[in-house]
Design a protein around this ligand. Structure first.
Ligand code: DOR
Length: 468
Protein backbone atom coordinates (compact mmCIF):
# COMPACT_ATOMS: atom_id res chain seq x y z
CA UNK A 1 0.00 0.00 0.00
CA UNK A 2 1.79 3.14 -1.15
CA UNK A 3 1.28 6.83 -0.56
CA UNK A 4 -1.68 6.37 1.67
CA UNK A 5 -3.01 8.29 4.64
CA UNK A 6 -5.30 6.31 6.91
CA UNK A 7 -7.67 7.13 9.75
CA UNK A 8 -7.12 4.36 12.32
CA UNK A 9 -10.28 2.39 12.97
CA UNK A 10 -9.13 1.33 16.44
CA UNK A 11 -6.21 3.07 18.06
CA UNK A 12 -5.96 1.58 21.56
CA UNK A 13 -8.14 -1.51 21.37
CA UNK A 14 -6.16 -3.39 18.79
CA UNK A 15 -4.22 -6.25 20.23
CA UNK A 16 -1.66 -6.58 17.53
CA UNK A 17 -0.63 -4.73 14.44
CA UNK A 18 -1.91 -7.41 12.07
CA UNK A 19 -5.43 -7.10 13.52
CA UNK A 20 -5.10 -3.35 13.30
CA UNK A 21 -4.07 -3.62 9.70
CA UNK A 22 -7.03 -5.87 8.83
CA UNK A 23 -9.37 -3.47 10.59
CA UNK A 24 -7.83 -0.48 8.89
CA UNK A 25 -8.25 -1.70 5.37
CA UNK A 26 -11.97 -2.32 5.37
CA UNK A 27 -14.18 0.47 4.14
CA UNK A 28 -17.84 1.10 3.52
CA UNK A 29 -17.08 2.57 0.12
CA UNK A 30 -14.02 3.11 -2.02
CA UNK A 31 -13.98 5.59 -4.89
CA UNK A 32 -11.17 4.25 -7.05
CA UNK A 33 -8.86 5.55 -9.75
CA UNK A 34 -10.02 9.15 -9.61
CA UNK A 35 -8.19 12.41 -10.06
CA UNK A 36 -8.49 13.84 -6.55
CA UNK A 37 -8.54 17.63 -6.43
CA UNK A 38 -7.99 19.89 -3.45
CA UNK A 39 -7.50 23.66 -3.50
CA UNK A 40 -3.75 23.14 -3.34
CA UNK A 41 -3.13 20.36 -5.82
CA UNK A 42 -4.36 17.20 -7.50
CA UNK A 43 -3.21 13.62 -7.92
CA UNK A 44 -4.46 10.21 -9.07
CA UNK A 45 -5.74 8.00 -6.28
CA UNK A 46 -8.53 6.42 -4.29
CA UNK A 47 -10.68 7.53 -1.36
CA UNK A 48 -11.77 5.06 1.32
CA UNK A 49 -14.83 5.96 3.34
CA UNK A 50 -15.90 4.60 6.68
CA UNK A 51 -18.79 5.75 8.90
CA UNK A 52 -19.42 8.80 6.73
CA UNK A 53 -15.86 10.08 7.04
CA UNK A 54 -12.90 9.99 4.71
CA UNK A 55 -10.83 7.19 6.23
CA UNK A 56 -8.01 6.93 3.70
CA UNK A 57 -6.68 8.79 0.68
CA UNK A 58 -4.04 7.61 -1.73
CA UNK A 59 -3.25 4.45 -3.63
CA UNK A 60 -5.29 1.91 -1.67
CA UNK A 61 -4.39 -1.13 -3.74
CA UNK A 62 -2.06 -3.67 -2.27
CA UNK A 63 -0.50 -6.46 -4.26
CA UNK A 64 -2.78 -5.54 -7.15
CA UNK A 65 -5.89 -5.90 -4.95
CA UNK A 66 -8.30 -3.29 -3.65
CA UNK A 67 -9.06 -3.65 0.07
CA UNK A 68 -12.42 -4.89 1.26
CA UNK A 69 -15.33 -2.51 0.93
CA UNK A 70 -19.09 -2.95 0.82
CA UNK A 71 -19.06 -0.91 -2.38
CA UNK A 72 -16.29 0.02 -4.79
CA UNK A 73 -16.95 2.71 -7.37
CA UNK A 74 -14.62 2.99 -10.33
CA UNK A 75 -13.96 6.68 -11.05
CA UNK A 76 -11.59 6.26 -13.97
CA UNK A 77 -11.70 9.45 -16.03
CA UNK A 78 -13.52 11.39 -13.32
CA UNK A 79 -12.39 14.15 -10.97
CA UNK A 80 -13.35 13.95 -7.32
CA UNK A 81 -13.65 17.33 -5.63
CA UNK A 82 -14.45 18.16 -2.01
CA UNK A 83 -18.24 18.66 -1.77
CA UNK A 84 -19.28 22.00 -3.24
CA UNK A 85 -20.78 24.32 -0.61
CA UNK A 86 -23.06 27.02 -2.03
CA UNK A 87 -22.90 29.79 0.56
CA UNK A 88 -25.80 31.83 -0.76
CA UNK A 89 -29.21 30.37 -1.60
CA UNK A 90 -32.81 31.48 -1.03
CA UNK A 91 -35.05 28.42 -0.57
CA UNK A 92 -38.18 30.46 0.36
CA UNK A 93 -39.50 28.26 3.17
CA UNK A 94 -41.41 29.23 5.23
CA UNK A 95 -43.88 31.56 3.62
CA UNK A 96 -43.00 31.64 -0.07
CA UNK A 97 -43.31 27.96 -0.92
CA UNK A 98 -45.06 28.65 -4.20
CA UNK A 99 -41.58 29.66 -5.50
CA UNK A 100 -39.46 26.97 -3.77
CA UNK A 101 -39.16 25.01 -0.55
CA UNK A 102 -36.32 23.43 1.38
CA UNK A 103 -36.94 20.05 -0.26
CA UNK A 104 -37.10 21.27 -3.88
CA UNK A 105 -34.27 23.75 -3.46
CA UNK A 106 -32.00 21.10 -1.96
CA UNK A 107 -33.01 18.59 -4.62
CA UNK A 108 -31.70 21.07 -7.18
CA UNK A 109 -28.52 21.34 -5.11
CA UNK A 110 -27.73 17.62 -5.13
CA UNK A 111 -28.73 17.16 -8.77
CA UNK A 112 -26.19 19.86 -9.57
CA UNK A 113 -23.37 18.41 -7.46
CA UNK A 114 -23.79 20.68 -4.43
CA UNK A 115 -23.41 18.94 -1.05
CA UNK A 116 -24.12 21.83 1.34
CA UNK A 117 -25.86 25.21 1.32
CA UNK A 118 -26.13 28.36 3.43
CA UNK A 119 -29.73 29.57 3.19
CA UNK A 120 -30.84 33.19 3.51
CA UNK A 121 -33.19 34.77 6.09
CA UNK A 122 -35.60 36.73 3.84
CA UNK A 123 -38.40 34.22 4.24
CA UNK A 124 -41.82 34.85 5.78
CA UNK A 125 -41.60 35.07 8.71
CA UNK A 126 -38.07 36.46 8.53
CA UNK A 127 -35.37 34.36 10.21
CA UNK A 128 -34.47 36.90 12.87
CA UNK A 129 -34.87 35.23 16.25
CA UNK A 130 -34.30 31.90 17.93
CA UNK A 131 -37.83 30.66 17.28
CA UNK A 132 -37.78 31.30 13.53
CA UNK A 133 -34.22 29.98 13.28
CA UNK A 134 -34.99 26.72 15.10
CA UNK A 135 -38.15 26.32 13.01
CA UNK A 136 -36.01 26.32 9.86
CA UNK A 137 -33.60 23.76 11.31
CA UNK A 138 -36.52 21.49 12.21
CA UNK A 139 -38.11 21.81 8.76
CA UNK A 140 -34.77 21.17 7.03
CA UNK A 141 -33.89 18.14 9.12
CA UNK A 142 -36.92 16.31 7.80
CA UNK A 143 -36.80 17.42 4.22
CA UNK A 144 -33.47 18.59 2.82
CA UNK A 145 -31.35 16.44 0.50
CA UNK A 146 -28.07 18.23 1.21
CA UNK A 147 -26.44 19.48 4.39
CA UNK A 148 -27.42 22.97 5.40
CA UNK A 149 -26.82 26.07 7.51
CA UNK A 150 -29.06 29.11 7.86
CA UNK A 151 -28.21 32.76 8.17
CA UNK A 152 -30.01 34.85 10.77
CA UNK A 153 -31.02 38.30 9.58
CA UNK A 154 -29.67 41.37 11.38
CA UNK A 155 -32.26 44.11 12.04
CA UNK A 156 -32.49 47.28 14.11
CA UNK A 157 -34.51 45.41 16.70
CA UNK A 158 -32.64 42.13 17.24
CA UNK A 159 -29.10 43.42 17.91
CA UNK A 160 -29.16 42.14 21.50
CA UNK A 161 -29.92 38.59 20.29
CA UNK A 162 -27.29 38.38 17.56
CA UNK A 163 -24.35 37.21 19.66
CA UNK A 164 -26.34 34.14 20.70
CA UNK A 165 -28.04 33.62 17.33
CA UNK A 166 -24.75 33.47 15.44
CA UNK A 167 -23.52 30.67 17.70
CA UNK A 168 -26.57 28.43 17.44
CA UNK A 169 -25.76 25.05 15.87
CA UNK A 170 -26.40 25.27 12.13
CA UNK A 171 -26.06 29.06 11.97
CA UNK A 172 -23.92 30.32 9.06
CA UNK A 173 -23.71 33.77 10.64
CA UNK A 174 -25.57 37.07 10.39
CA UNK A 175 -26.79 38.51 7.06
CA UNK A 176 -27.63 42.19 6.61
CA UNK A 177 -29.40 43.87 3.69
CA UNK A 178 -28.08 47.45 3.40
CA UNK A 179 -30.22 47.95 0.30
CA UNK A 180 -33.71 46.58 -0.12
CA UNK A 181 -34.31 43.54 -2.27
CA UNK A 182 -36.85 40.70 -1.99
CA UNK A 183 -38.52 40.79 1.46
CA UNK A 184 -38.49 43.41 4.19
CA UNK A 185 -35.03 42.99 5.74
CA UNK A 186 -33.24 46.32 5.67
CA UNK A 187 -30.60 48.14 7.73
CA UNK A 188 -29.69 51.05 5.51
CA UNK A 189 -28.14 53.46 8.05
CA UNK A 190 -24.58 53.57 9.41
CA UNK A 191 -25.73 53.51 13.03
CA UNK A 192 -27.74 50.37 12.44
CA UNK A 193 -24.88 48.59 10.66
CA UNK A 194 -22.38 49.73 13.30
CA UNK A 195 -24.55 48.37 16.12
CA UNK A 196 -24.71 44.97 14.42
CA UNK A 197 -20.96 44.84 13.73
CA UNK A 198 -20.32 45.78 17.37
CA UNK A 199 -22.59 43.03 18.65
CA UNK A 200 -21.19 40.00 16.84
CA UNK A 201 -17.87 38.20 16.61
CA UNK A 202 -18.24 36.11 13.45
CA UNK A 203 -17.88 37.40 9.89
CA UNK A 204 -21.05 39.25 8.86
CA UNK A 205 -22.45 38.88 5.32
CA UNK A 206 -23.81 41.93 3.50
CA UNK A 207 -26.04 42.72 0.58
CA UNK A 208 -24.24 45.95 -0.19
CA UNK A 209 -26.32 48.48 -2.11
CA UNK A 210 -26.95 52.04 -0.87
CA UNK A 211 -30.64 52.41 -0.06
CA UNK A 212 -30.56 56.23 -0.10
CA UNK A 213 -29.23 56.30 -3.67
CA UNK A 214 -31.68 53.61 -4.69
CA UNK A 215 -34.51 55.83 -3.48
CA UNK A 216 -33.07 58.96 -5.17
CA UNK A 217 -32.59 57.19 -8.50
CA UNK A 218 -35.92 55.38 -8.80
CA UNK A 219 -36.84 57.64 -11.72
CA UNK A 220 -34.14 55.90 -13.79
CA UNK A 221 -36.25 52.75 -14.05
CA UNK A 222 -37.91 52.57 -17.43
CA UNK A 223 -41.33 50.95 -17.48
CA UNK A 224 -41.22 47.60 -19.30
CA UNK A 225 -37.46 47.80 -19.86
CA UNK A 226 -35.43 45.59 -17.49
CA UNK A 227 -32.24 46.72 -19.20
CA UNK A 228 -32.70 49.94 -17.20
CA UNK A 229 -32.19 47.92 -13.98
CA UNK A 230 -28.40 48.47 -13.97
CA UNK A 231 -28.92 52.19 -14.66
CA UNK A 232 -31.04 52.47 -11.53
CA UNK A 233 -28.92 50.14 -9.34
CA UNK A 234 -25.71 51.54 -10.81
CA UNK A 235 -22.02 51.35 -9.89
CA UNK A 236 -22.34 54.18 -7.36
CA UNK A 237 -25.17 52.41 -5.55
CA UNK A 238 -22.90 49.40 -5.00
CA UNK A 239 -19.61 51.23 -4.48
CA UNK A 240 -20.94 53.85 -2.05
CA UNK A 241 -22.48 51.17 0.14
CA UNK A 242 -19.35 49.00 0.07
CA UNK A 243 -17.14 51.97 0.98
CA UNK A 244 -19.41 52.86 3.90
CA UNK A 245 -19.42 49.23 4.99
CA UNK A 246 -15.63 48.87 4.91
CA UNK A 247 -15.32 52.11 6.92
CA UNK A 248 -17.68 50.75 9.56
CA UNK A 249 -15.86 47.42 9.67
CA UNK A 250 -12.54 49.26 10.24
CA UNK A 251 -14.10 51.36 12.98
CA UNK A 252 -15.53 48.35 14.81
CA UNK A 253 -12.80 45.80 14.05
CA UNK A 254 -15.33 43.45 12.46
CA UNK A 255 -14.84 41.00 9.59
CA UNK A 256 -17.24 41.38 6.69
CA UNK A 257 -18.27 39.27 3.72
CA UNK A 258 -19.46 41.26 0.70
CA UNK A 259 -21.97 39.14 -1.17
CA UNK A 260 -22.40 39.09 -4.96
CA UNK A 261 -19.85 41.76 -5.89
CA UNK A 262 -20.94 43.01 -9.30
CA UNK A 263 -18.73 45.96 -10.23
CA UNK A 264 -15.11 46.30 -11.27
CA UNK A 265 -14.88 49.33 -8.99
CA UNK A 266 -15.79 47.37 -5.86
CA UNK A 267 -13.41 44.57 -6.82
CA UNK A 268 -10.59 47.10 -7.12
CA UNK A 269 -11.58 48.84 -3.86
CA UNK A 270 -11.92 45.59 -1.93
CA UNK A 271 -8.50 44.41 -3.11
CA UNK A 272 -7.13 47.06 -0.74
CA UNK A 273 -9.16 45.74 2.22
CA UNK A 274 -8.61 42.01 2.12
CA UNK A 275 -7.49 42.01 5.75
CA UNK A 276 -11.10 42.55 6.84
CA UNK A 277 -13.29 41.90 3.81
CA UNK A 278 -14.00 38.69 1.97
CA UNK A 279 -15.58 38.74 -1.47
CA UNK A 280 -18.24 36.61 -3.13
CA UNK A 281 -18.81 36.47 -6.88
CA UNK A 282 -21.68 34.69 -8.61
CA UNK A 283 -21.83 32.56 -11.76
CA UNK A 284 -24.40 34.92 -13.33
CA UNK A 285 -22.21 38.00 -12.94
CA UNK A 286 -19.28 36.01 -14.38
CA UNK A 287 -21.26 34.51 -17.27
CA UNK A 288 -24.03 36.85 -18.38
CA UNK A 289 -23.93 40.54 -19.27
CA UNK A 290 -26.15 43.48 -20.19
CA UNK A 291 -26.36 42.21 -23.77
CA UNK A 292 -28.52 39.37 -22.45
CA UNK A 293 -31.44 41.62 -21.31
CA UNK A 294 -32.80 41.58 -24.84
CA UNK A 295 -32.95 37.78 -24.86
CA UNK A 296 -33.87 37.11 -21.24
CA UNK A 297 -35.84 40.22 -20.23
CA UNK A 298 -36.88 40.13 -16.57
CA UNK A 299 -35.38 36.63 -16.18
CA UNK A 300 -32.04 38.42 -16.02
CA UNK A 301 -33.27 40.93 -13.42
CA UNK A 302 -31.23 40.47 -10.27
CA UNK A 303 -30.00 42.55 -7.34
CA UNK A 304 -27.29 43.69 -7.71
CA UNK A 305 -27.80 43.71 -11.48
CA UNK A 306 -26.01 41.91 -14.26
CA UNK A 307 -24.01 44.75 -15.89
CA UNK A 308 -22.13 45.51 -19.06
CA UNK A 309 -19.32 43.28 -20.21
CA UNK A 310 -16.52 45.47 -18.87
CA UNK A 311 -17.62 44.64 -15.31
CA UNK A 312 -17.72 40.95 -16.11
CA UNK A 313 -14.13 41.16 -17.31
CA UNK A 314 -13.03 42.97 -14.17
CA UNK A 315 -14.77 40.42 -11.96
CA UNK A 316 -12.78 37.68 -13.71
CA UNK A 317 -9.69 39.76 -13.02
CA UNK A 318 -10.66 39.60 -9.34
CA UNK A 319 -10.98 35.82 -9.59
CA UNK A 320 -7.60 35.50 -11.29
CA UNK A 321 -5.95 37.83 -8.79
CA UNK A 322 -7.35 36.06 -5.74
CA UNK A 323 -9.47 39.03 -4.58
CA UNK A 324 -12.64 36.93 -4.92
CA UNK A 325 -12.78 34.32 -2.16
CA UNK A 326 -16.00 32.48 -2.80
CA UNK A 327 -18.51 31.54 -5.47
CA UNK A 328 -22.13 31.63 -4.34
CA UNK A 329 -25.09 31.07 -6.65
CA UNK A 330 -27.52 33.51 -4.96
CA UNK A 331 -30.20 31.03 -6.08
CA UNK A 332 -33.29 33.27 -5.83
CA UNK A 333 -36.28 31.65 -7.53
CA UNK A 334 -39.48 33.42 -8.55
CA UNK A 335 -42.23 31.85 -10.65
CA UNK A 336 -42.38 32.56 -14.36
CA UNK A 337 -45.75 34.17 -13.77
CA UNK A 338 -44.23 36.59 -11.24
CA UNK A 339 -41.37 37.25 -13.64
CA UNK A 340 -43.83 38.08 -16.40
CA UNK A 341 -45.01 41.23 -14.60
CA UNK A 342 -43.89 44.38 -16.41
CA UNK A 343 -40.57 45.80 -15.16
CA UNK A 344 -40.16 47.22 -12.49
CA UNK A 345 -43.05 45.32 -10.90
CA UNK A 346 -41.23 42.07 -11.73
CA UNK A 347 -39.24 40.57 -8.82
CA UNK A 348 -35.44 40.31 -8.87
CA UNK A 349 -33.79 36.91 -8.74
CA UNK A 350 -32.99 33.82 -10.78
CA UNK A 351 -32.28 30.16 -10.02
CA UNK A 352 -28.66 29.07 -9.75
CA UNK A 353 -27.89 26.36 -7.20
CA UNK A 354 -28.19 23.51 -9.73
CA UNK A 355 -26.27 25.26 -12.50
CA UNK A 356 -23.36 26.57 -10.39
CA UNK A 357 -21.15 23.52 -10.94
CA UNK A 358 -21.75 22.91 -14.68
CA UNK A 359 -21.59 26.61 -15.61
CA UNK A 360 -18.34 27.06 -13.71
CA UNK A 361 -16.80 23.78 -14.99
CA UNK A 362 -17.43 25.11 -18.47
CA UNK A 363 -15.42 28.20 -17.50
CA UNK A 364 -12.68 25.87 -16.20
CA UNK A 365 -12.62 24.08 -19.56
CA UNK A 366 -12.44 27.46 -21.30
CA UNK A 367 -9.33 28.26 -19.24
CA UNK A 368 -10.81 31.09 -17.16
CA UNK A 369 -9.93 29.45 -13.84
CA UNK A 370 -8.29 26.22 -12.76
CA UNK A 371 -10.19 23.35 -11.20
CA UNK A 372 -8.13 23.90 -8.05
CA UNK A 373 -9.23 27.53 -7.92
CA UNK A 374 -12.84 26.38 -8.35
CA UNK A 375 -12.37 24.10 -5.33
CA UNK A 376 -10.76 26.98 -3.45
CA UNK A 377 -13.87 29.09 -4.08
CA UNK A 378 -16.50 26.44 -3.33
CA UNK A 379 -15.02 24.25 -0.57
CA UNK A 380 -11.80 25.47 0.99
CA UNK A 381 -12.98 29.11 0.87
CA UNK A 382 -16.25 28.47 2.75
CA UNK A 383 -14.33 26.36 5.28
CA UNK A 384 -11.75 29.12 5.85
CA UNK A 385 -14.08 32.11 5.97
CA UNK A 386 -16.95 30.69 7.96
CA UNK A 387 -15.14 28.26 10.27
CA UNK A 388 -16.87 25.14 8.95
CA UNK A 389 -15.92 22.05 10.96
CA UNK A 390 -14.99 18.92 8.99
CA UNK A 391 -16.03 19.97 5.49
CA UNK A 392 -14.26 21.76 2.67
CA UNK A 393 -11.36 19.54 1.70
CA UNK A 394 -10.46 15.99 0.83
CA UNK A 395 -8.70 15.02 4.02
CA UNK A 396 -8.67 12.07 6.35
CA UNK A 397 -11.14 12.65 9.19
CA UNK A 398 -13.28 15.08 7.19
CA UNK A 399 -16.89 14.37 6.22
CA UNK A 400 -16.96 12.26 3.06
CA UNK A 401 -18.67 14.96 0.99
CA UNK A 402 -17.65 14.64 -2.66
CA UNK A 403 -18.62 16.36 -5.87
CA UNK A 404 -17.68 13.98 -8.66
CA UNK A 405 -17.40 15.53 -12.10
CA UNK A 406 -16.77 14.49 -15.67
CA UNK A 407 -14.72 17.30 -17.16
CA UNK A 408 -15.21 16.03 -20.70
CA UNK A 409 -18.94 15.54 -20.71
CA UNK A 410 -20.95 17.93 -22.92
CA UNK A 411 -24.53 18.63 -21.91
CA UNK A 412 -27.18 21.17 -22.69
CA UNK A 413 -28.68 22.81 -19.62
CA UNK A 414 -32.47 22.90 -19.88
CA UNK A 415 -35.48 24.04 -17.90
CA UNK A 416 -36.63 20.42 -17.82
CA UNK A 417 -33.50 19.41 -15.86
CA UNK A 418 -34.05 22.08 -13.20
CA UNK A 419 -35.56 20.67 -9.99
CA UNK A 420 -36.49 24.07 -8.58
CA UNK A 421 -40.21 24.50 -8.07
CA UNK A 422 -39.96 27.64 -10.19
CA UNK A 423 -38.93 25.41 -13.11
CA UNK A 424 -36.58 27.65 -15.08
CA UNK A 425 -32.98 28.68 -15.50
CA UNK A 426 -31.46 31.62 -17.38
CA UNK A 427 -29.09 29.06 -18.94
CA UNK A 428 -31.86 27.08 -20.70
CA UNK A 429 -30.35 25.85 -24.01
CA UNK A 430 -26.74 26.60 -23.02
CA UNK A 431 -24.20 23.95 -23.99
CA UNK A 432 -21.53 23.30 -21.38
CA UNK A 433 -18.52 21.03 -21.11
CA UNK A 434 -17.98 19.63 -17.63
CA UNK A 435 -20.81 18.01 -15.67
CA UNK A 436 -21.52 16.79 -12.12
CA UNK A 437 -22.07 13.02 -12.22
CA UNK A 438 -22.07 12.26 -8.50
CA UNK A 439 -23.01 13.94 -5.23
CA UNK A 440 -21.77 12.13 -2.14
CA UNK A 441 -22.80 13.42 1.29
CA UNK A 442 -21.23 11.94 4.43
CA UNK A 443 -20.38 8.82 2.47
CA UNK A 444 -23.80 8.35 0.86
CA UNK A 445 -24.20 8.50 -2.89
CA UNK A 446 -27.15 10.89 -2.98
CA UNK A 447 -27.05 11.59 -6.73
CA UNK A 448 -25.38 9.41 -9.35
CA UNK A 449 -25.61 9.96 -13.11
CA UNK A 450 -28.62 12.24 -12.68
CA UNK A 451 -30.55 9.83 -10.50
CA UNK A 452 -31.55 10.50 -6.91
CA UNK A 453 -30.35 7.48 -4.93
CA UNK A 454 -31.23 8.51 -1.40
CA UNK A 455 -34.10 10.23 0.42
CA UNK A 456 -33.81 13.47 2.37
CA UNK A 457 -31.04 13.05 4.92
CA UNK A 458 -29.51 16.52 5.17
CA UNK A 459 -28.01 17.56 8.49
CA UNK A 460 -26.85 20.89 9.92
CA UNK A 461 -23.34 21.91 8.90
CA UNK A 462 -21.12 22.22 11.99
CA UNK A 463 -19.11 25.35 12.77
CA UNK A 464 -16.16 25.93 15.06
CA UNK A 465 -17.21 27.74 18.21
CA UNK A 466 -20.93 26.94 17.94
CA UNK A 467 -22.91 26.31 21.11
CA UNK A 468 -23.23 22.64 22.01
O1 DOR B 1 -32.05 39.58 -6.91
C1 DOR B 1 -32.07 39.20 -5.73
N1 DOR B 1 -33.05 38.41 -5.28
N2 DOR B 1 -31.12 39.62 -4.91
C2 DOR B 1 -31.21 39.40 -3.58
O2 DOR B 1 -30.33 39.81 -2.88
C3 DOR B 1 -32.39 38.74 -3.01
C4 DOR B 1 -32.95 37.83 -3.99
C5 DOR B 1 -34.28 37.25 -3.59
O3 DOR B 1 -34.42 36.82 -2.44
O4 DOR B 1 -35.19 37.21 -4.43
Amino acid sequence: MALVAILPHCSIDCKNTETARMEMISFDTIFKNATLVNHDGEFRGDIGIRDGLIAAIGDLTEGGKTPAAAETVDCTGLHVLPGVIDTQVHFREPGLEHKENLQTGSLGAVMGGVTGVFEMPNTNPLTIDEETFLDKIARATNSMHCDFAFYAGGTHDNVAQLARLERLPGCAGIKVFMGSSTGSLLVSDDDGVRAILDAVSRRVAFHSEDEYLLEDQKHLRVMNDPSSHPAWRDVNVALRSTKRLVGLARETGASIHVLHVSTGEEMEFLSRHKDIASVEVTPHHLTLDAGDYQRLGTLLQMNPPVRDISHRKRLWHGVAGGVADILGSDHAPHTLEEKSAPYPDSPSGMTGVQTLVPVMLDHVNAGRLSLQRFVDMTSAGPNRLFGIAGKGRLAVGYDADLTIVDMKRCEIISNGWVASRSGWTPYDGRRVTGWPVGTVIRGNRVMWEGELLKGSSGRPIRFNGALA
